[in-house]
Design a protein around this ligand. Structure first.
Ligand code: SF4
Length: 230
């Protein structure tokens, strides 16, 4: 991989954030029907090489020196753990000074080889977008054999040992997890995981927002209930 791709630097809570992607195209262990990146042609959960990263690391170092971010946010086209250099990339950023935030859908945090890399980050984001097994299979179309209960316990066991900031992002989807029973089940999961921070979002991007987007007032109400579980 000759280069990583970047978003323009931005400020979040007073911190300069450099957001980067470490995958050449989408590689994910899920194939969510509402994925903003599109369909998963490469549905995988084992690492692969995308070639040498030396030039990409030189470019990253120059960006860090020029932009002086406080935080580098690894937010990739899919699951960043699939890049077999992800551990090297995390360590490389840390040596330059900024903190590292890693976005994962969270399933692979249950595997020691990936958890070990995530433990080297300052912040890790895990996600939840379904609260019933059948909805997990239908909406997120994971690799065969994956289950929602394993997904949740993978994040729970990682979180129990993680010394950094664990951010849990819950997506509320109309007709799937926006009813009161689903909200209470989600409260139970939040209590089990006990994240440092909780982000509650809806599906607000085209072409999925019309069918799957929750009314803003209902989203606010659900968000309040879920935040009360922290
Ligand atoms: S987990 Fe994220 S990147 Fe992977 S298919 Fe779902 S929405 Fe897309």
């Amino acid at each position: 991989m000759n280069s990583f791709t970047y978003k323009d630097i931005y400020i979040e809570n007073g911190k300069k954030v450099l957001e980067m992607n470490v995958l050449p195209e989408k590689f994910c262990n899920f194939d969510c029907v509402f994925c903003p990146i599109g369909k998963s042609k490469n549905k995988v959960d084992s690492q692969r090489s995308f070639g040498e990263v030396e030039n990409a690391l030189v470019d990253l170092k120059e960006r860090i020196e020029r932009e002086r971010p406080n935080l580098v946010f690894i937010n990739s086209k899919g699951e960043a753990f699939i890049n077999d250099r992800i551990g090297q990339i995390v360590d490389f950023i840390k040596v330059q000074g900024p903190s590292v935030r890693l976005l994962s859908n969270g399933y692979l945090l249950g595997r020691e080889e990936y958890a070990e890399i995530a433990h080297r980050c300052d912040e890790v984001i895990g996600e939840l977008k379904a609260i019933r097994e059948e909805d997990f299979q239908k909406l997120q179309r994971p690799i065969d054999g994956y289950t929602l209960s394993e997904y949740i316990s993978n994040m729970e066991s990682f979180r129990a040992r993680f010394k950094g900031k664990f951010i849990f992002e819950v997506t509320i989807i109309k007709g799937f997890n926006d009813d009161d029973i689903s909200v209470e089940k989600t409260v139970d999961v939040i209590r089990r995981i006990a994240p440092s921070d909780l982000i509650v979002v809806g599906i607000d991007y085209e072409p999925f927002s019309k069918k799957l987007g929750v009314d803003p007032d209902r989203l606010k109400e659900i968000s309040k209930r879920l935040q009360s579980a922290l």
